[in-house]
Design a protein around this ligand. Structure first.
Ligand SMILES: Cc1cc2nc3c(=O)[nH]c(=O)nc-3n(C[C@H](O)[C@H](O)[C@H](O)COP(=O)(O)OP(=O)(O)OC[C@H]3O[C@@H](n4cnc5c(N)ncnc54)[C@H](O)[C@@H]3O)c2cc1C
Length: 399
């Protein structure tokens, strides 16, 4: 039984002493949840009393997603990372954090050739390709191998004081109980079954879901949860049976300016935003040719409630234009996924610069709401938010 000793009851910055055990619940098994569990375990490595439980409503780790399809003729696979494609590590601490996985080869830098691709609006004209950069020259981009989900699994596997509970949807905090400040929070699943009582509850769900989880709970920062606007993304996944069947736009021989074959294209004046050539990534050898195409976020948001078949047809028409395929070189594999919460649109400060929200803390209730959307909406933000969370907990919890 935890002994909550309040050192200064007038002060919201209450210091708590957990004499026997400290229980922390993390809602969400995406990278924010996994980084938080990892950093908490490292911070409190000397204290065997720390118990972390991570609840995830799906069967695996969050928005990192890999889709496979097997060619029954050749036995080879197509593979698409249809969520995050790569990540940056701009800060020293994140660079240090990823070093063991870089050393093991699970994470690898992708030195992609990046081009701008503009579809010239003249009949019969191939798209105009312009060299942009090679990743790694100024800023490294990393991928997880052999697939994007591999890193999430590796992070989960090395957790020692964390129990992972998949296929558990945590119910809104006020649905089955009446939370009281200064008391442990009892969580319930969506059937009303108790999941236990926790000293700290950390929510890392996307902000729409976080707003529902914290609704009517008295969470002091609730009004801020929906400040960042989340934008959707339609993602098209295409595959070909053989390199010889690739369309002109993906063949090195077609680069009319003598450019090397590209790996990543940023599109201009198109409903498509980026094309990633999946089988060019490091440690992705032996895969059949495939590309993942992310549509423009503003366009996707405007179409978010439209019929997915209709959207697939529109995206395919745009992809055909960008990659110049004929009947003979059309993709044999076509799939489309709609992400409702893909990109974070941050508020702007007086200078017009994007202003990340930061984590939302209710110290009296000992609740933290976080996620990539509290930062810049990318993997590196998940880590930065996890660092902030651990500092807040460390400042109030003596184990
Ligand atoms: C299309 C797309 C492209 C992207 N490209 C890039 C990129 O190139 N580079 C980059 O750095 N980032 C990219 N990102 C962003 C990156 O994927 C995210 O920043 C990161 O995965 C977010 O992790 P998270 O843990 O904050 O959120 P999530 O991965 O969304 O995890 C939150 C988890 O909470 C769970 N959950 C929600 N409610 C409950 C509940 N009630 N009970 C239990 N569990 C719950 C959800 O199931 C989910 O798994 C991309 C994202 C998308 C969608």
């Amino acid at each position: 039984m935890t002994d909550y000793t309040t050192h200064n009851e007038q002060n919201n910055n209450t210091k708590l002493t957990a004499k026997s055990s400290s229980k922390i619940a993390i809602i969400g098994g995406g990278l924010s949840g996994l980084f938080t569990a990892t950093l908490l375990e490292r911070k409190f490595a000397q204290h065997s009393d720390l118990q972390i439980t991570l609840f995830e409503k799906s069967r695996g780790v969050g928005r990192l997603a890999t889709r496979y399809r097997c060619d029954t003729t050749t036995g080879k696979n197509w593979q698409w990372s249809f969520g995050a494609q790569f990540f940056t590590a701009k800060t020293d601490s994140f660079q240090q954090f990823i070093t063991p996985w870089l050393d093991s080869g699970l994470l690898q830098p992708w030195r992609a050739q990046v081009v701008s691709l503009s579809i010239v609006d003249e009949a019969g004209q191939p798209p105009h390709i312009k060299q942009r950069e090679q990743w790694g020259t100024e800023q490294a981009r990393y991928v997880s191998t052999p697939k994007m989900t591999s890193w999430g699994r590796a992070l989960a596997d090395q957790l020692q004081q964390t129990t992972m509970q998949f296929k558990i949807r945590v119910a809104p905090l006020a649905q089955y109980s009446n939370p009281q400040a200064g008391q442990p929070t009892e969580l319930f699943d969506d059937n009303g079954e108790s999941l236990g009582r926790f000293d700290w509850v950390i929510c890392t769900a996307p902000n729409g879901q976080a707003a529902e989880l914290m609704a009517d709970s008295g969470f002091t920062e609730h009004a801020k949860i929906l400040q960042p606007e989340m934008l959707a993304c339609y993602t098209l996944m295409l595959g070909w049976n053989d390199e010889s069947k690739l369309p002109d736009g993906l063949k090195s021989s077609n680069n009319n300016q003598g450019l090397k074959l590209w790996d990543v294209a940023y599109l201009q004046d198109s409903i498509l935003a980026k094309i990633f050539v999946e089988y060019h990534k490091p440690n992705h050898d032996g895969l059949l040719p495939s590309v993942t195409i992310h549509a423009d976020n503003d366009w996707s948001q405007q179409q978010v409630e439209q019929d997915i078949e209709e959207m697939t047809a529109r995206l395919l028409a745009a992809a055909k234009e960008a990659l110049s395929w004929s009947e003979q070189t059309a993709p044999s594999q076509i799939d489309c996924h709609r992400w409702r919460y893909a990109a974070t649109s941050m508020a702007l400060n007086d200078e017009g610069d994007e202003q990340p929200l930061g984590i939302l803390v209710d110290k009296a209730q000992r609740w933290i709401v976080s996620g990539d959307w509290c930062g810049r909406g990318n993997i590196e933000s998940c880590y930065q938010m996890a660092e902030e969370m651990v500092e807040v907990i460390a400042a109030t919890l003596e184990i």
